[in-house]
Structures are given as C-alpha cells and as structure tokens.
Design a protein around this ligand. Sequence first.
Ligand code: ATR
Length: 272
Amino acid sequence: MKQIPTRLVLLGHPVSQSLSPRFQNAALQVAGIDATYEAFDVDPLKLEEVVADLKAQGAAGNVTVPFKERIHALCDELTPMARRVGAVNTWWVEDGKLVGDNTDVGGFIAAAKDLVDPRDLTVGVIGAGGAAAAVLAAIESWPGCVAHVYNRTPERARILCERFSTIAQPVDDIGAVAGSQLVVNATSVGLKNDDVPADLSLFSRDNTVVIDLVYKPGETRFIRALRSRGVRGVDGTRMLVEQGALAFERWFGREPDRRVMWNALTGASALS
Ligand code: ATR
C-alpha cells in the first residue's frame, strides 16, 4: 500500500533556487493536507544515506539536477515512464519500496498542448541530457511526430537518438532545428544567466512556436527576446506547475488546485 506522506522533499544540489516549495506548500495548505514540502540540498556523497533515511520515514518528493539519473538507479520499482526516460523526478514509498516516476513528460505535454496540436509535427530539440529524454518520450506518444536533436556535444545527441530511434535523429545544423514547427530548449542555457541557446535570427515568426524548459520569474530572456521578434513561445513555468501537479496526484491520489499553484508561483490572477 502507498503511504500517505507527511514529509515531502525535493532532492537536489543546489536547490535554493527552486520554486517548488512555494507552489507545493500553497497547494497542500488549500487542500487541508497536513504535510510540508521542503527543498533539501543533498551532499552528492551522501545521497544513498539520505534516501535510505527518507524511505524509512515513508517520505515522498521530487528530484532535480543533478540526481534524476542516480535516483532512477536507486529505486526498487519504476513506472514505465521513468524507465523509458531513464530519469526520475517524482518518488514515494509503497510497501517499504522506493518507487520512481517521471512527471516531467506529462508536464511537457501539457505545456506543448497549450501551444500546438501535437500531431504530424517536426519538433526541433536543442540539448541531449535528461530533460531532452523526457521531451522525446513525450513526442514518441504523439501521432506522426518526429524530432531533430541538436546538441553542443554531437555524440550525446547520437546516443540519445539511438534510444528513441523510431522518432528521433541527430542533426548537426542548429538552423534546421530552429526552423521546426515546434522548438524546445532542453539545455540548461539561460538557467544561470541571460544567455540564449540559439541565434534569435534563426527562428521564424510565422511557422515556429518555442518552449524553453528553463524557467525564470518574469520568463527567460530567450522567450522575451523571441516574442519581441514576433515568435510565439513560453518558458518552463507552465511545465513546472504541471509536473508538480501530476506529482501531487501521485502522492495523494487527488488533484491539487492548479490555479493556486500558478498564483503562488507567478502572483498572476489566472492560469492562462
Ligand atoms: P538535464 O538533465 O537538465 O538535461 P544535463 O544532462 O546536464 O541536464 O544536460 C544539459 C544539457 O544542456 C546538455 O545537452 C548540454 O550540452 P552538452 O551535452 O554539450 O554538455 C547542454 N548545455 C549545457 N550548457 C550548455 C552551453 N553553454 N551551451 C550549449 N549547451 C549547453
């Protein structure tokens, strides 16, 4: 049986920048659930120890950079989606076992569906790490869609595309990727500064929509700069809320109030 957790923990290093505690605690409070969500900056040398302790407590939570692959390896059980992506962002304890899932895929799908009809698309993916794997797992579920993957280190793109060979192929021309109908920034470019992952002039205002998986209060510079050139796009805030909402559903078997989550994150008055 799945334990109802009272302690929710985000494992990462560093995690102080994470906005998850803010919107998860708001959702817990409005749902009247007696649990708290905290960010835990874990010493990479102590991850196994920390996880064993949390498991004994029947805690649950999320995982962020750089531990998504390591937690995947530590889980006793994985959902099919976590197995497919090769990374875990959501975990809980069931019958004393650590179970890992991946709600980044569902979060990305929700963000994409706000912008495009996900069928018969060519998707340009920039990046070839864990975030890109979640994007490819989503695209794999969309009818008639294929992905072109560009990465700074081409060998990583090639290896990732081999795992998703029915829909993904590596490309060495970032211009071709930026010209796709849907373009996804799955790199960490823009996280620590205002850099952009590709030359803005490569993007077409008529045919392209862009999703930046990086999020920032007030959006990333990449998305703001594209919009000023007439290119439609969103940053990772929508995906962040949705992956968190799906995680909440896994932990408590009920839906959170997504509007409360969104408002806690953005201060905005509507989920739009
Ligand atoms: P995640 O799990 O968040 O995807 P990751 O596995 O470390 O994190 O992958 C980070 C991605 O961002 C990689 O595609 C990385 O490119 P490399 O494989 O060449 O390292 C990309 N990335 C990080 N910094 C970058 C930069 N300054 N320019 C271009 N790509 C960058």
